[in-house]
Design a protein around this ligand. Structure first.
Ligand SMILES: [Zn+2]
Length: 168
């Protein structure tokens, strides 16, 4: 069967001022509405590194050392959600793979996730999101920051919430 992520019909991909292509609202979206549901092959960090040229940042972490990702150029556009990182996000995570609106969103707004809500690894990147709260350097350990935990509450991926809540 064809591998593809679900993207809300109220969204579209187009050029972003943050980075490359972004995902934008084409109509008003209410808090709690589903923006996207991630699909992909389940791979570990070693496989991610091996296929980095194809995956190109389209990976979505679902557990320690496990990711959803496209594994061919053909799959890339259908698996990628084009949701950029912002240090002032308007979407968050429900469970591990469902992206939801954290607040009411207006038509035309870019849909952004704080990658601290999904990643726990040794990667980092320089952020140019333009937010007044921009961390400049975003790392795979940012989920541990108390300020972000306070700001995002239950909008972290559930595998990270388990860590935050001290279950394991
Ligand atoms: Zn930023």
């Amino acid at each position: 069967m064809h591998l593809a992520s679900y993207r809300s019909p109220k969204t579209e991909s187009k050029k972003s001022s943050i980075e490359g292509s972004g995902r934008f609202a084409t109509a008003a979206i209410n808090k709690g509405e589903i923006i996207a549901i991630r699909s992909g092959h389940i791979i570990n960090g070693k496989q991610l590194a091996q296929h980095e040229a194809i995956i190109g940042g389209a990976e979505h972490q679902i557990a320690d050392d496990l990711y959803l990702a496209p594994l061919s150029a053909m799959e890339f556009n259908d698996v990628m959600c084009f949701i950029n990182h912002s240090c002032t996000p308007n979407v968050g995570v429900m469970g591990n793979i469902i992206i939801v609106a954290m607040r009411d969103i207006q038509a035309g707004e870019e849909l952004c996730l704080d990658y601290a809500m999904i990643f726990s690894n040794e990667k980092s990147f320089q952020c140019r999101c333009g937010s007044a709260l921009c961390r400049k350097m975003v790392t795979g350990n940012d989920w541990q920051r108390p300020d972000l935990q306070a700001a995002y509450g239950d909008y972290f991926a559930s595998y990270l919430l388990q860590k935050i809540n001290g279950r394991f």
